[in-house]
Design a binder for this molecule. Sequence first.
Ligand code: GLV
Length: 388
Amino acid sequence: MPVITEIEDLKRIYKRRVPKMFYDYAETGSWTEQTFRENSSDFDKLRLRQRIAVDMTGRNTATKMVGQDVSMPVALAPVGLTGMQHADGEILAAKAAEKFGVPFTLSTMSICSIEDVAENTEKPFWFQVYTLKDDDFMRRLVDRAKAANCSALVITVDLQIMGQRHKDLKNGLSAPPKLTLRSMANLATKVPWGLEMLQTKRRFFGNIVGHAKGVSDPASLSSWTAEAFDHSLDWERIKFLRSLWDGPVILKGILDVEDAKMAANVGADAIVVSNHGGRQLDGALSSIRMLSSIVEAVGDKIEVHLDSGIRSGQDVLKAIAMGAKGTYIGRAFVYGLGAMGEKGVTKALETIHKELDTTMALCGRRDVHDLDRSNLLIPKGFEGDWVE
Ligand code: GLV
């Protein structure tokens, strides 16, 4: 196994191993990708305050997210098409997560189905749904998640329509890949990926194909979203969707203080401050810049989590110090998965944990619960000074 010291190492191997279409799907933002880039580069603007001669023995990174124990405040985010990054990808990532003691969130747009993941894991995982217009399909999805013993429902609230990702359109993204001259030329260079893929039966959208009615192209994520998603979504509808689930509900995709206040009123247990990894509204601010004002507005009423841009344990520490109670990694675990399957996801989690733990110690903190803004140097105007 090559020496992996950072998430970037996994990304390099991932890029070599996985078909371009799926690498591009993960590694994209919408339109100019400004928000996608700034999600990460804004983390770099926050600096850390070094402290010395503080007892650093007996450190703790364990905490809770929506009342559930986690070995560090990091969950695996729902990522569509994960089973195209590596054969049986969702099962492998869920296994790595459960062994590490962090939540795995299965996307509705996964390749392995809810049942596939449940049959191959022991601990409950989380399930993510979109805001779909078909009540019947929505109820059946949620019932399947209940039957699979999922322990939280994540409702994505920032994708009624899809932000345009140029690369996906140019590549003709589909699952499984459609065989064109261009895709075949690229697939021919990805032999280990292809051989593993031939050995699994899971190559279609497992939660959708055979379950959703009237889907004109079941291999195309963009045509399914265009047909099935509820363009008329409002807060009443979100309240209704929340009522379908008895356990913890997490609303993912809040980037505005007013929306955060509304979310706190519909009975959600947590919100994820998120711009969907820069894949929806390009030009929106990075999640880390929006975090403080949202925590200030609703942090005493609802648990505030953050995703978008996290590529290291230092990023996790910065988000927690800025007030998040939990974070999510998407691309960072996909790089590991695409590079080396379950072992790669474990490596990504170990890397992030080690970075978090060591950085915490060098900042003079022994417990993740003690992190706060005093551990950071926050540049003036970081949150922006905008005309009202
Ligand atoms: C789906 O949620 C995506 O961002 O592709």
